[in-house]
Design a protein around this ligand. Structure first.
Ligand code: AMP
Ligand code: MN
Ligand code: MN
Ligand code: MN
Length: 290
């Protein structure tokens, strides 16, 4: 039987709006067989998700989405089947979260100077003790009537060049790949079409990623057009990379985006899950301790 995979999703541990448990239950209800929880710069949601997955018969892939700065571009790497007990991974993620905390305070100060007080506190309430993301600032700005929706909040306040944007240096590419590999995981370039890189720059990124041990690329993504999928399938073949697929689901507030509703990988792709065939599935249980 063909399994339904969704290998990129978020919970309240970062900027998703469903708890890890509710995310897993929703994925199951949507017919997803294999779900990766890939929160931004944290594995904190994995224990709860693993528990819910065991109860519901869904296979959980322990994942993480790591913020990387590559040649001054923000790039996201997804780590799949990572062992969350790997020390250097956790140390690296803790450092990224500390940078996020400092950035959040600075975003708050800048928005205050722009006549919008209380944003830091407001975003922290939305973050609910989890990783603070620009998404939480966007929710605050919408609540305050400053923006109509997420897109407008980013376009007006949170994107590069806007009053609430704070340039931040995230993990170097080779370090993030090393953390994932050290944790026995597969490193995947997330939503490569989102970075708006020229073809030349994107090929440079993929080449450097591959050189430092990266193994996969998201060919099918919730944020890719059909054309993007084909372009990335071509790159996967050219660079001999495994192909992944994930919705990048953040919650039911975006009804046009649903868990597990993804087109098939284009012909010729080697799915990332072929790499796992026959391996045992012990990390979610270990994740309970983290
Ligand atoms: P951060 O990691 O805190 O910089 O926040 C980035 C997150 O904001 C991404 O993971 C997306 O979930 C969200 N995001 C970025 N750009 C946009 C946008 N234009 N519209 C809606 N959400 C966005
Ligand atoms: Mn996000
Ligand atoms: Mn991302
Ligand atoms: Mn994501």
């Amino acid at each position: 039987m063909k399994l339904r995979y969704d290998l990129h999703s978020h919970s309240t541990a970062s900027d998703g709006t469903l708890s890890p448990r509710d995310l897993v239950m929703r994925a199951r209800a949507q017919g997803v067989d294999v779900l990766a929880l890939t929160d931004h710069d944290t594995t904190d949601g994995l224990a709860e998700a693993a528990q819910a997955a065991a109860e519901s018969g869904l296979q959980l892939v322990s994942g993480v989405e790591i913020s990387v700065t590559w040649n001054q571009h923000l790039v996201h790497l997804v780590g799949l089947r990572v062992n969350p007990a790997h020390g250097p991974l956790q140390t690296g993620l803790a450092d990224l979260r500390a940078r996020r905390d400092g950035r959040a305070e600075e975003i708050g100060r800048r928005l205050t100077r722009s006549g919008i007080p209380g944003a830091f506190e407001g975003a922290r309430v939305y973050a609910g003790g989890g990783v603070v993301s620009r998404t939480h600032f966007a929710r605050f700005l919408i609540e305050q009537g400053r923006s109509r929706d997420m897109r407008e909040a980013f376009d007006r306040y949170l994107a590069p060049g806007k009053p609430g944007y704070v340039s931040t240096v995230w993990a170097p590419l080779e370090e993030a790949v090393a953390w994932i590999r050290g944790a026995e995981g597969v490193a995947v370039i997330a939503h490569p079409a989102r970075y708006k890189l020229t073809g030349t720059r994107l090929r440079q990124l993929i080449g450097e990623f591959k050189e430092c041990g990266g193994e996969g690329i998201e060919v099918v993504s919730g944020s890719h057009s059909r054309n993007d999928c084909q372009t990335m399938a071509d790159y996967a073949a050219r660079f001999d990379l495994l192909a992944s697929c994930g919705s990048d689901y953040h919650g039911p507030e975006t009804p046009w985006m649903e868990l597990g509703r993804l087109p098939d990988l284009p012909p010729g792709c080697t799915p990332v899950w072929e790499r796992w065939a026959g391996q045992d599935d012990s990390f979610p249980a270990q994740a309970l301790a983290f």
